[in-house]
Design a binder for this molecule. Structure first.
Ligand SMILES: [Zn+2]
Length: 81
């Protein structure tokens, strides 16, 4: 397990110290808005890429599927400063 990992290899250029930043991402809109917090985003200072890994995208798909299993969805209010 590497739960505290904050760097990884860049999938794009192979740089060994790409940073992993945790940030909220939102999907959908209106009543279907889903905000997922602490999504790990790889940010590479070498080639400038910023992307989600395949594992991360799979996890997000699962979160979305679990959400749609529940017929009652509550609107989420999101404020931006
Ligand atoms: Zn890179």
């Amino acid at each position: 397990m590497h739960s505290d990992q904050t760097t990884c290899d860049c999938d794009v250029c192979g740089f060994e110290s790409a940073r992993i930043r945790r940030m909220p991402r939102s999907y959908g809109s209106g009543d279907r808005l889903l905000v997922i917090e602490q999504v790990p985003v790889v940010s590479c200072p070498n080639c400038g890429s910023s992307y989600l890994t395949a594992v991360t995208m799979q996890a997000i798909d699962q979160i979305k599927q679990h959400r749609s299993d529940r017929s009652q969805s509550k609107p989420i209010a999101v404020a931006s400063f």
